[in-house]
Write a protein that binds this ligand. Structure first.
Ligand code: ATP
Ligand code: MG
Length: 354
């Protein structure tokens, strides 16, 4: 019997609704497969915790997570707390504290989903976006001049290190190599940003030599957005900076049908620390408490978690169940044009697993 210790951090808004559903699905998998067991510990960090304690998570919070096998995360965001506080105080604190430098975001058009790219078949849109998750535009470097200064200056420095770029580039080439098409697109803005982005291009050339069987090309980020819409089949694995990949992956999720479906993993490829899996959507307070939240993004994140834990068979079973459920329009939540509730989708997935 293999027992996995999972930290559950629902966070804010609909995170509190979808993460318990993810736990239910994991329990359903364990109930079917006697060789697997999941032990959960839940943490009530987020906006409510901030109102009580003045911080999004306790100072020694990372220590409570350190011995876990993985983290299942909901979302951090609260309409009454500035976004940079919720983001830096919880999600980025964990990502950076555990050096989860690869943020991996698969996108596919699942069966039965009415995606906006009508000219495109599901076979033609099968991407993984690899986002640099530890430095770049979100390095936190920068500052503001005192507001009484005659020229009010504020900077956010996109800081990149050779080691930081090399490791994400190597991760992306390796991932591209593991996929059937062995195709990588390196996205930058090296025409306008002439220091760090030029280094990024140079490092792509250098690392590509380690992977002679991977076909790769370069694209500027603005052109990449157009290419995702106009020529989706020419893309497979995409690697980009923290900010660029953040934007590209929201576009990818929307092109595949809904923000509510898309998953992500914040991975420490060296496995020194637990990796963290989460739906890419945010707290979505507009639909909170109504049973409207689509839990598929969380379930697909659970698939990624199982793959990371080496539980390939369980991951495949869950992905098959997800595809069977999305194929049935009666089981679509409102974001997909349906009437199903969060709980109904979970129940259908659990039934498929049986
Ligand atoms: P945050 O500030 O935490 O990013 P947000 O309010 O911007 O949260 P997002 O989650 O980014 O909300 O999503 C934008 C909109 O997409 C939401 O307002 C919601 O209507 C819809 N949406 C997002 N996730 C889901 C989901 N899982 N199911 C259904 N609708 C969703
Ligand atoms: Mg948002």
């Amino acid at each position: 019997m293999k027992t996995y210790r999972i930290a559950a951090i629902p966070g804010d808004g609909i995170g509190k609704e979808v993460i318990p559903e993810g736990q239910k699905v994991l329990q359903a998998i364990a109930a079917k497969d006697q060789s697997l067991k999941f032990e959960f510990e839940s943490f009530d960090w987020g906006g409510d915790y901030y109102r009580q304690h003045g911080v999004m998570m306790p100072e020694d919070g990372l220590d409570a997570l350190r011995n876990k096998d993985a983290i299942l995360f909901g979302s951090a965001g609260d309409p009454h707390i500035p976004d940079h506080i919720t983001l830096w105080g919880l999600r980025l604190k964990i990502c950076q504290g555990f050096d989860q430098y690869a943020n991996v975001r698969p996108t596919r058009i699942l069966p039965g989903i009415d995606a906006p790219l009508k000219r495109c078949t599901p076979e033609q849109l099968d991407w993984v976006i690899v986002r640099e998750n530890s430095e770049g535009e979100y390095s936190g470097v920068g500052g503001r001049a005192h507001q009484s200064h005659p020229i009010e200056v504020a900077t956010d420095v996109s800081m990149m290190t050779r080691a930081g770029v090399e490791r994400i580039m190597r991760y992306a080439f390796k991932l591209a190599q593991s996929r059937p098409r062995k195709l990588l697109t390196v996205v930058t803005k090296s025409n306008a940003q002439r220091h760090a982005m030029v280094m990024w291009d140079e490092i792509a050339v250098q690392i590509s030599k380690e992977f002679p069987d991977v076909k790769w090309d370069k694209e500027l980020v603005d052109a990449a957005t157009a290419r995702m819409v106009n020529r989706p089949a020419t893309l497979d694995t995409i690697v980009a900076t923290n900010l660029h990949a953040d934007i590209l992956s929201d576009l990818a999720a929307a092109l595949a049908g809904s923000l509510g479906i898309a998953p992500t993993g914040n991975i420490d490829p060296e496995r020194r620390y637990p990796s963290m899996f989460e739906p890419i959507h945010g707290s979505a307070f507009d639909i909170m408490g109504k049973g409207l939240a689509n839990p598929i993004g969380t379930f697909w994140s659970v698939v990624m978690m199982l793959e990371h834990l080496g539980e390939e068979a369980a991951a495949k079973r869950l992905m098959k169940a997800i595809e069977a459920v999305t194929a049935n329009p009666r089981l679509h939540t409102r974001d997909l044009g349906g009437l199903a509730t969060t709980a109904q989708v979970t129940a259908a997935i659990c039934e498929q697993l049986n």
